[in-house]
Design a protein around this ligand. Structure first.
Ligand code: SF4
Length: 205
């Protein structure tokens, strides 16, 4: 069995892809992990088609969740077109659809070769971008993006553009190994882009 969606703390998480253009040192995709503390079998035997994902989501009590979150065991925005199609279908078919969030590395525009942020407007309520570091150097060390420092620049640019189109944009960092000064730098950077900083607790493997 593979897990297309799973419940966690009152929200429904959707896993559409295992592809990613980063190789974060803390990523659960490494070390032979197939699941996480949240769900088993997040390693997809195939990427679900949009119809397969829609059927899976419609089998859930969608209105009962506090949030619907596209995340993944991978970078969900590789499948931006499918996410937007799914949100459109769900908005048509589900009364009381909860707010929709995407958890992303912020590389969508770099990966897809176009600015997708205007397409998020009216569909996505929250975009959560992994910031991971206060400088390009730290970011690249931690996330090892395929395109190097371009990944850092693309992430910042995406965040700024998303903040103009989406009601809420947050940037996340993990508190582990971060000094108060670094956290302040991250906060200032996030706020300069129109985002809020959210500090997450480190979850060990
Ligand atoms: S961006 Fe996310 S999925 Fe990609 S390597 Fe980093 S933690 Fe893993």
């Amino acid at each position: 069995m593979m897990t297309i969606s799973y419940e966690y703390e009152g929200a429904l998480y959707v896993n559409l892809t295992n592809r990613c253009d980063c190789a974060c040192v803390f990523c659960l995709r490494h070390n032979g992990h197939k699941g996480s503390i949240y769900a088993d079998d997040l390693w997809l035997e195939h990427e679900p088609s949009r119809e397969e994902a829609l059927n899976n989501l419609l089998s859930r009590p969608l209105a009962s969740y506090r949030e619907l979150v596209f995340c993944g065991f991978g970078e969900p925005m590789f499948r931006t077109d499918d996410i937007l199609w799914l949100v459109d279908r769900l908005k048509e078919q589900v009364d009381g659809l909860p707010p929709v969030r995407i958890n992303t590395n912020g590389h969508a525009n770099l990966i897809l070769g176009r600015d997708v942020t205007p397409e998020l407007a009216g569909r996505i309520d929250t975009v959560s971008v992994s910031l991971n570091g206060s400088t390009a150097e730290e970011y690249c060390t931690v996330t090892q993006p395929r395109d190097g420092v371009k990944g850092w620049e693309a992430m910042l640019d995406f965040t700024r553009k998303a903040a103009a189109c989406v009601p809420k944009v947050v940037m996340t960092i993990v508190d582990k190994d971060k000094s108060e000064a670094e956290i302040q730098q991250c906060r200032a950077l996030a706020e300069s882009l129109g985002a809020q900083l959210r500090i997450r607790a480190y979850i060990p493997d």
